[in-house]
Write a protein that binds this ligand. Structure first.
Ligand code: 5GP
Length: 195
C-alpha cells in the first residue's frame, strides 16, 4: 500500500514573520510541499488574489461550504465576524496521493486539525520576546495604537495556547529559523521512512 502524505501546520502571532518563513520553507523544503489556500470572508488586502492568497468568500458562500461539510476546520479568528477555514478540497486528495501539505492557520484551528490528524507536524513560530514582537509591529508603522494592542493581546493568547505544538521555532534570525524548519521536515520524513 502506498503511504499517505503528511500535514504540516504552521502558526504564530501576527508580526512574527510567519509568511516570510512559510514562503522560504515552501521553496527550500527537502520534501515538496503543497500550500493549502484557506477560505476567508475578509476582504482582499493590497495585491492579494483570489485562489492564490485566499479564496475570498461571501458570508453566504462560506455558510454553504460549512453546511456541505467542505471545511476541515473553520474559525472566527479575530472575533469580529470574519471567518477563516481550511477547505477539505485543498488537503485530502493530496494526502491520499502521498503528497505533503502545509497549512498556515491559527492555534484554535490547529487544535481541531490535530484531533483529525494526530500525526500532523505542528510548528509554532515564536518571537524572541513579546517586547521584540511589539517593536516589530510598531516599526511597520502601518497600524494604529489600538490595533497594535489588539495584536499583542492576541499574540499573548496564541503563545499561551501553543503548548500542544510539537515544535517551536524562535524567529531571532530568519535564515536560521528557515533552516531549523527544513531540518524538522527532514527528520520527520526520515522517521516516517523507518516505520
Ligand atoms: P490574515 O487575515 O492576516 O491573512 O490572517 C489572520 C489569521 O488567520 C492568521 O493568524 C492566520 O494564520 C489565520 N488563518 C488563515 N487561514 C486560516 C484558516 O483556514 N483557518 C484558521 N483557523 N485560521 C486561519
Amino acid at each position: 500500500m502506498s503511504k499517505t502524505g503528511r500535514l504540516i501546520i504552521l502558526s504564530g502571532p501576527s508580526g512574527v514573520g510567519k509568511s516570510t518563513i512559510r514562503d522560504l520553507v515552501m521553496e527550500k523544503s527537502p520534501i515538496p510541499l503543497n500550500l493549502s489556500v484557506s477560505a476567508t470572508t475578509r476582504k482582499p488586502r493590497g495585491q492579494e488574489k483570489h485562489g492564490v492568497d485566499y479564496y475570498f468568500f461571501t458570508e453566504e458562500e462560506f455558510r454553504t461550504q460549512r453546511e456541505n461539510d467542505g471545511f476541515l476546520e473553520y474559525k472566527e479568528v479575530f472575533g469580529k465576524n470574519v471567518w477563516y477555514g481550511t477547505l477539505r478540497s485543498e488537503v485530502e486528495h493530496h494526502l491520499q496521493a502521498g503528497r505533503w501539505v502545509m497549512l498556515e492557520i491559527d492555534v484554535d484551528g490547529a487544535y481541531d486539525v490535530v484531533k483529525t490528524y494526530p500525526d500532523a507536524i505542528t510548528v509554532f513560530i515564536a518571537p524572541p520576546s513579546l517586547e521584540i514582537l511589539e517593536e516589530r509591529l510598531r516599526s511597520r508603522g502601518t497600524e494604529a495604537e489600538d490595533a497594535i494592542r489588539n495584536r499583542l493581546s492576541r499574540a499573548k493568547y496564541e503563545i499561551e495556547r501553543s503548548t500542544f505544538y510539537k515544535y517551536r521555532v524562535v524567529n531571532q534570525d530568519l535564515n536560521r529559523a528557515v533552516d531549523e524548519f527544513c531540518h524538522i521536515i527532514y527528520q520527520e520524513n526520515q522517521a516516517g521512512e523507518k516505520k
